[in-house]
Structure formats: structure tokens, C-alpha cells
Design a binder for this molecule. Structure first.
Ligand code: GLC
Length: 445
């Protein structure tokens, strides 16, 4: 079967968030399972070409390349991945979609797999051209829908993308939902949540019409890349088979990291947050958890930054206010450091307001780091309170949940070890998820 993924991101060459990891991880596993896979991306000027295999410009603005044996096609020329103005975003991605249409004219394939609204226009465009085209749409975030005033854009399939509530607006995701053969949310729980008024963000009624083709498939993680046994970014490798050896491994990495960062080694636990600082991620609770940890004798590390200057300023102020040997805030993305922090931490906090899937909790569990989360979306599907982590339903209870985790860590080490063991026992690889996608492709052809 030939599958073409079309997306705005693919890790590591064009990545902003988890969507990029998923496009890469899923395509890699599909290839390993014997499918023919190709990925089409906008040609961003930021792409690091040293990572790519032989490149060939086969037509003006059409570049064939490879990343780790995955065939890529880079189309057009685009400055950055996302911007802050909805209308210019839509114009840029619309232009990419027109380029994709021109390219696909002479291509044969079995499945077109689209990811989120930036490539959503392709669903109505492809169906208008050939109603037999089989389209699978993955939903990574239902809140981003591609909306702007209709009179600011042109040359689009307006009948398909009219906003269901406001005639003067367009809504690209709506057109994608109504023109796909299968809709896949990135976790089973999220598939239920987007059918509700809150989770549906204005499109729940449209989605209900398509409920028969909606499913949820939990994302995987790249378990070769995220493996504490041979992770090249760790100073000390450790396996998770024996919990005591794992804890020694974590402790050795932590000692190294604390030394490098001039942090105080006496205090524990080490709590981390590895996240983009956007409202979805529960900013108030991230701040509260940082303060709680410092006030309760622990260490805190925050890795991540915000695309919004006000939010970044808020966290800069917080870091300045609590500056000291028990806090490290790193506001620039640093892949190597992220690996060391997963390996060194005792707990990771993920207090998201909503979380379609979430990858960090799965990575953390693989590194023996216990997740403390809000029970939503993929976090609800992967973290069970008291079994492999801690989870709360209400955002207001996050503090209490963190406090329960501190108590277990300090006073019940046997239970703590059991939490770690349960977390690492689950298979988070792409293997099962890719098989579920394969089943969906079959029913859509
Ligand atoms: C988006 C979602 C996140 C999900 C990722 C990959 O970034 O917010 O929850 O894990 O996409 O599907």
C-alpha cells in the first residue's frame, strides 16, 4: 500500500511540537511494517539540510530528499513554520496545498494521510477532483481550525469550508472533516472529548455527523530514540529491568547534571516540566508546582519556552524571583538537556487543560520518571492514578495531587518503585498504533 503523509511538521527537520514527532514516528514504523511511505512538507528555509540525504530538484520548487530512508518531498519556499496572524497562516498553507495538488496530478497512491488543519484544504480539493481518493485525517489538536474572514482570502473551495456559525468566516477543519473517509483522534479519550461542546470548540455538531468514521488511536513514541539503555545524550546508561540499578543510573545522571548546572544535590525529589509554555499546558499549575516544589524542599527544572512574549516575560519573572540552587529554568530548546532531565528526574508534571495525546508522559515513564497529570485526553489513557502515576480530574486539585506524590516518594519508597515499574512495563512503541492505522486504511480503501 502506498501512503502519502502530508503535514506542516516532521521531526527533527521541521518540528514545533508533538505533531512533528508523530509524523516521523508513524511513517518510520509503517515503513518497517512493509508499507510504501512518502512525506510531503512545505520547504521551510529553516530546514537543516545537513540532516537530509541526497537532494534533487525535480521541477521548480519541487525537491526530493530523504531522512533516514524516508522519502520526502519539499514543496515551495516558506520562511517559518507557524506565525501569529491567522490570515497569513491560511494563505501560506493554502499556497502549499495548491502546490501539493499540482504534484499529485501525476502520482499514484492508495491513501492520503492529512495531519491537522494546515493541510485540511486538501480534503475538499482532492475529493472535488476525484471522489475516489481515500483520505485519512489525523486530529492532533481540535482547537486549531484554520479560521479567518472569507473576504481576506481567495481561490479556495469556499462551499466546503464555510464556517458553520458565521457566514463571513471560513473554517478549514470543517471542510476537512466533511471530506475525509476516516477521522482519527490521537487518543481514544480525545475522540470522545471532541464530540462534546467544550472539546469540540464549535465543530462538535459537524463532527457528530461523521461519528461513524471517527476513532481514537493512541500515538506511540520512538522507543529506539527514547531508550535509557543506549541514549547517546545520557552520561550514564541504565536499563529498567532491575529497579535498583535503574535508580542508581538515574542518581548518577542527576549528580552529573546538578554539578553542571550548579544545583544543590541535597534536596529531593527533582520535579521537571518539559513543555511549550502555552495556555493548553496549564500555565497556572506549572507556576504553582514550581513554587510548591521549592517550598517543600525539592528541586525543580523547567524546560521550554513560549511563543507569546507576555507569557515568556511572566516565566522570566518567576525564574528571577525564585532564582537559587534548587531551580533551573531553561527557556531555549535543548534536545540533549531534555534527555538528561528525563533521565534524572523523579517526577514530571503535566497539568494540561486539555491534551489530545501528550508524548512526554510516555517518554518519562520509559526513563523511570513518574508522571503527575491532569486526567484529560491521552493523559487519561496512559496515566492511572496510584498505578503508574498520579492524576487529578480538576485543575484546582493539582497541588493536592503533587503533594500526594511527594508523600509517596518520601514515605512509601516501595510504592514509589512499583509506580516506576508499572510505568515502564507498558509498550509505548509505534508498533500497535501503526497496526491500528493499517486496519483503518484497509476499511477506507
Ligand atoms: C499536539 C497535541 C499533543 C499531541 C501531539 C501529537 O501537539 O497537543 O497532545 O501529543 O499533537 O499528536
Amino acid at each position: 500500500m502506498k501512503i502519502i503523509h502530508i503535514a506542516s511538521e516532521m521531526a527533527p527537520i521541521a518540528k514545533v511540537g508533538g505533531l512533528g514527532d508523530v509524523v516521523y514516528g508513524l511513517a518510520k514504523e509503517q515503513r518497517a511494517q512493509g508499507e510504501k511511505v512518502q512525506i510531503i512538507l512545505p520547504h521551510y528555509t529553516s530546514i537543516d539540510h545537513t540532516l537530509l540525504g541526497k537532494e534533487k530538484e525535480v521541477a521548480p520548487g519541487v525537491v526530493e530528499a530523504q531522512y533516514e530512508k524516508l522519502p520526502l518531498l519539499l514543496l515551495g519556499k516558506y520562511a517559518q513554520i507557524y506565525g501569529n496572524d491567522p490570515t497569513s497562516e491560511i494563505k501560506r498553507f493554502a499556497s502549499f496545498c495548491h502546490e501539493v495538488m499540482a504534484y499529485l496530478e501525476n502520482e499514484s497512491f492508495d491513501i492520503i494521510h492529512l495531519h491537522d488543519w494546515p493541510v485540511g484544504l486538501l480534503a475538499p480539493m482532492l475529493k472535488a477532483k476525484n471522489p475516489d481518493t481515500r483520505i485519512v485525517l489525523s486530529i492532533h489538536n481540535f482547537f486549531h481550525q484554520g479560521q479567518c474572514p472569507k473576504d481576506q482570502v481567495e481561490n479556495l473551495p469556499f462551499d466546503a469550508i464555510g464556517d458553520p456559525h458565521d457566514k463571513s468566516q471560513i473554517n478549514i477543519l470543517k471542510g476537512a472533516l466533511l471530506n475525509s473517509d476516516a477521522i482519527v483522534a490521537v487518543s481514544p479519550k480525545y475522540a470522545q472529548e471532541i464530540l462534546t461542546e467544550t472539546g469540540g470548540a464549535g465543530l462538535d455538531q459537524v463532527l457528530k455527523q461523521k461519528q461513524n468514521i471517527l476513532t481514537g488511536i493512541l500515538n506511540g513514541i520512538d522507543t529506539d530514540y527514547w531508550n535509557p539503555e543506549d541514549d547517546p545524550f545520557l552520561v550514564y546508561h541504565y536499563g529498567m529491568d532491575d529497579i535498583d540499578t535503574a535508580q542508581v543510573g538515574k542518581e548518577s545522571n542527576r549528580a552529573h547534571l546538578f554539578h553542571e548546572l550548579n544545583m544543590d544535590r541535597i534536596k529531593s525529589p527533582l520535579v521537571c516540566a518539559i513543555t511549550r509554555l502555552v495556555p493548553q499546558k496549564g500555565l497556572d499549575n506549572i507556576e504553582k508546582a514550581l513554587i510548591f516544589t521549592l517550598e517543600n524542599g525539592g528541586n525543580f527544572m523547567l524546560l521550554g519556552s513560549s511563543p507569546c512574549p507576555d507569557t515568556q516575560a511572566r516565566f522570566n519573572d518567576l525564574a528571577a524571583k525564585y532564582k537559587g540552587p534548587n531551580l533551573h529554568c531553561h527557556f531555549v530548546f535543548d534536545e540533549k538537556l531534555a534527555h538528561m532531565v528525563y533521565a534524572s528526574s523523579d517526577m514530571i508534571i503535566i497539568p494540561s487543560e486539555f491534551e489530545p495525546c501528550g508524548l512526554t508522559q510516555m517518554i518519562a515513564m520509559r526513563y523511570g520518571t513518574v508522571p503527575i497529570v491532569r486526567c484529560t485526553g491521552g493523559l487519561a489513557d496512559t496515566v492511572q492514578d496510584g498505578k503508574n502515576g498520579f492524576s487529578c480530574i480538576n485543575a484546582d486539585d493539582f497541588d493536592k495531587t503533587l503533594s500526594k506524590a511527594f508523600d509517596t516518594y518520601r514515605n512509601h519508597p516501595h510504592i514509589w518503585k512499583e509506580l516506576i515499574l508499572q510505568g515502564q512495563a507498558r509498550d509505548f512503541s509505534w508498533s500497535e498504533s501503526a497496526k491500528k492505522y493499517a486496519a483503518i486504511y484497509k476499511t477506507s480503501t
